[in-house]
Design a binder for this molecule. Structure first.
Ligand SMILES: [Zn+2]
Length: 62
């Protein structure tokens, strides 16, 4: 579970992570999330963790 509530901009973090993992630039994937991540260290850590999960999912699902 994500620690620390209150990151309302990150409600769309899954959308952002899907876009980024598909090769989109961060700002194109989900501008609100990209902006939030620039100023939020906890959010950025969550984002990196989610990207890692997605990458892991893709490499192990075959
Ligand atoms: Zn945040």
């Amino acid at each position: 579970m994500a620690k620390g509530a209150g990151h309302e901009c990150l409600a769309r973090l899954d959308v952002w992570a899907d876009g980024v993992s598909a090769g989109l630039p961060s700002d194109a994937a989900e501008p609100l999330v990209a902006t939030h991540l620039r100023g939020c260290r906890d959010g950025a850590e969550d984002a990196q963790g989610l990207l890692a999960l997605i990458a892991d999912d893709r490499t192990t699902s075959d």
